[in-house]
Design a protein around this ligand. Structure first.
Ligand SMILES: Cc1ncc(COP(=O)(O)O)c(C=O)c1O
Length: 474
C-alpha cells in the first residue's frame, strides 16, 4: 500500500496510434530520442525521475550558494556519514562521472576489472582506460526465469579461479553492482558480498561497490535474506545494512539520480589514501570539491533523500509495483524476467520476438512496437546496448530485454495495469513485429543516440491492426 499521497501532478498526453508511428520514425526508432511530450507513460528509466518528497523540496530552499565551502556540502557529507559511516566524500555530477574518476585512477592498461555484471557506462570507462571486463555472475543471473532470490550474486569459485588465472597484480579492482541493472535489476545478497570482498581482500585486490540501485537491493536483503528477516525495527535494520556495506568496500560510488531520488553522484570511502588518489580529478572534470558539478539545491534534496532511503515505506515502493507488473504479465503467459527484481519489469524480447533474427535487434524492435501499441516508452537492454567487437562484428547481448522502469512513487497501479494490458495485446500480435537496422551508428554507447529504421512497413501494419481491434480508442 502506498504510504504517501500525491499532491502535485503532471498532465499526460496520449497521441493517436498513427502519430505514435510517426514520432517513432522521426526519432530514429530509438526511445532515447523521443520527445517526452509524445510519450504517455515514461518507463525509460528511474534515473532522475523518481518522485521527490515534500521534505526534499523544502530542503532545496535551504541551499547555501557558494563555490567553495558551502554549508550544503557539509550537510550532505554528514548525511553520507550517517547512512554509510564513511568519512571521505567526493561529489560528482552523476554516476558515470564516478566511473570515469575511479577508472582513470585505478586501472593500468591491460588490467582486468572483475565484476558481477557490467553496466553500459561502467564498461565504456573501463575500456577507454585500457581495462578489460570480466564478469563472474552466477549462471542463474543470465537465465531469464529462475527461482534464485539473488540473481546478481557472484560465482565465488569462478572469482577465486579468475584471480588465480589472471594474477592479483593484473586485476585493477573487484566491482559489485547491487542491484544489478542489466540482468533485470536483480539483487545481490549480503552473504555473497561479504564472501566476495573477503576473497578479493585476501588477495590484496581493491574493492568497489556500485550502490546506484541500492534502495531496491536493501528491500530484497531485508525480505529475502534469512539473517535480516526478523531484525527490527525495520528502518534501523536498513541502516545497519548500509553501514556494513560502507565499511565492507574500499570505495562506494552511486548515481544520485537513482539512490537518494535527486540528481548527482558521489564517491565515498573510509580510506584517506584512496580519497587523495582521486581528489585531483574532481575539480578537473566535475567542479570544485564542495559541489562536484551538482546544483547545491539538488545536494540538499539528496541529503534528505539518502536518509529517506532508509525508510522501508520508501524503499519498498518500486519492488512491490514491479512485482505487481510481473504478476499481470505472467498470468497472461508473457515471457518476463523472474523473480521480479527492482528497477522495473523486464520483458524477455529474446522469446517475445523469437521470430526475428538476432541481427534485427529483438529488444529494440519490441520497444518500438510497445510504444506504437501504447505510448509507453521503455528502454532496449540488449544487443543495441552493446558495442561491436573490434573487428566490427556484432556482439550479441547475453539477454535481450525490454526494460519498463518503475520510478519510485511516480505511477499509479492503474497505469501499470494499462502497460501490462497493452503488452498482452502486443504479445497476441507479436508476429506483426518486424526488425530494425541502423541508419546512423555511433562508435561509443550507440544506444543513446544511434538511429534505426524498420526493415519493412511493419509499424504501419501494427498500427492498422491496433485500429481494427481498438476502434477509435487511443
Ligand atoms: C548500476 C548503475 N551504475 C551506474 C550508472 C550510471 O549513473 P548515471 O546515469 O548517473 O551516470 C547507472 C545508471 O543507470 C546504473 O544503473
Amino acid at each position: 500500500m502506498e504510504m504517501h499521497k500525491v499532491r502535485m501532478v503532471q498532465p499526460l498526453n496520449l497521441l493517436p496510434v498513427e502519430e505514435r508511428v510517426k514520432v517513432s520514425q522521426e526519432a530514429g526508432n530509438n526511445t532515447f530520442l523521443f520527445k517526452n511530450r509524445d510519450v504517455f507513460l515514461d518507463m525509460l528509466t528511474d534515473s532522475g525521475v523518481n518522485a521527490m518528497s515534500q521534505a526534499q523540496y523544502a530542503a532545496m530552499m535551504n541551499a547555501d550558494d557558494s563555490y567553495a565551502g558551502s554549508e550544503t556540502f557539509y550537510r550532505l557529507e554528514e548525511a553520507l556519514k550517517e547512512v554509510f559511516g564513511t568519512p571521505y566524500f567526493l561529489p560528482t555530477h552523476q554516476g558515470r562521472a564516478c566511473e570515469n574518476i575511479i577508472s582513470q585512477t585505478f586501472i593500468k592498461p591491460g588490467q582486468s576489472v572483475l565484476m558481477n555484471y557490467h553496466f553500459t557506462t561502467t564498461k565504456a570507462h573501463i575500456m577507454r582506460n585500457g581495462g578489460k571486463v570480466i564478469e563472474i555472475i552466477k549462471k542463474e543471473g543470465l537465465e531469464t526465469t529462475s527461482e534464485l532470490p539473488f540473481k546478481g550474486d557472484l560465482d565465488l569459485d569462478t572469482l577465486r579461479q579468475e584471480i588465480k588465472t589472471a594474477g592479483a597484480e593484473n586485476i585493477a579492482f573487484l566491482r559489485i553492482e547491487a542491484g544489478t541493472n542489466l540482468i533485470g535489476g536483480q539483487p545481490v545478497s549480503m552473504a555473497n558480498m561479504r564472501e566476495a570482498v573477503k576473497i578479493a581482500k585476501d588477495a590484496g585486490i581493491l574493492t568497489v561497490f556500485d550502490a546506484s540501485l541500492l534502495s531496491d537491493n536493501l528491500y530484497f536483503i531485508k525480505v529475502r535474506e534469512k539473517e535480516f528477516a526478523d531484525k527490527m525495527p525495520v528502518n534501523k535494520c536498513l541502516n545497519d545494512i548500509t553501514l556494513e556495506l560502507g565499511k565492507l568496500f574500499d570505495i562506494t560510488y552511486f548515481s544520485a539520480r537513482k539512490l537518494g531520488c535527486a540528481r548527482g553522484g558521489g564517491i565515498i570511502t573510509n580510506r584517506e589514501d584512496l580519497y587523495n588518489a582521486m581528489i585531483g580529478l574532481v575539480p578537473l572534470y566535475e567542479g570544485f570539491l564542495t559541489y562536484g558539478g551538482m546544483s547545491v539545491r539538488e545536494m540538499e534534496a539528496l541529503a534528505v533523500g539518502l536518509r529517506e532511503s532508509l525508510d522501508f515505506h520508501v524503499v519498498e515502493q518500486t519492488p512491490i509495483f514491479v512485482e505487481a507488473f510481473v504478476r499481470e504479465l505472467l498470468a497472461a503467459k508473457l515471457p518476463v524476467v523472474t523473480p521480479a527484481g527492482g528497477l522495473g519489469c523486464h520483458v524477455n524480447a529474446m522469446e517475445f520476438c523469437d521470430h526475428l533474427p538476432r541481427e534485427l535487434y529483438r529488444a529494440g524492435a519490441l520497444a518500438v512496437a510497445l510504444f506504437i501499441a501504447s505510448g509507453v516508452r521503455g528502454m532496449e537492454r540488449g544487443t543495441v546496448s552493446e558495442e561491436r567487437n573490434a573487428d566490427g562484428s556484432e556482439r550479441f547481448a547475453e539477454m535481450e530485454l525490454l526494460r519498463l522502469a518503475v520510478p519510485r512513487r511516480v505511477f499509479s497501479l492503474s497505469q501499470i495495469k494499462y502497460a501490462a494490458d497493452r503488452l498482452v495485446w502486443l504479445h497476441e500480435n507479436r508476429h506483426l513485429i518486424g526488425g530494425l537496422k541502423f541508419t546512423f551508428e555511433p562508435k561509443i554507447l550507440r544506444f543513446f543516440f544511434g538511429k534505426l529504421e524498420p526493415v519493412s512497413d511493419w509499424p504501419q501494419k501494427l498500427a492498422e491492426k491496433f485500429r481494427k481491434d481498438f476502434g477509435d480508442s487511443l
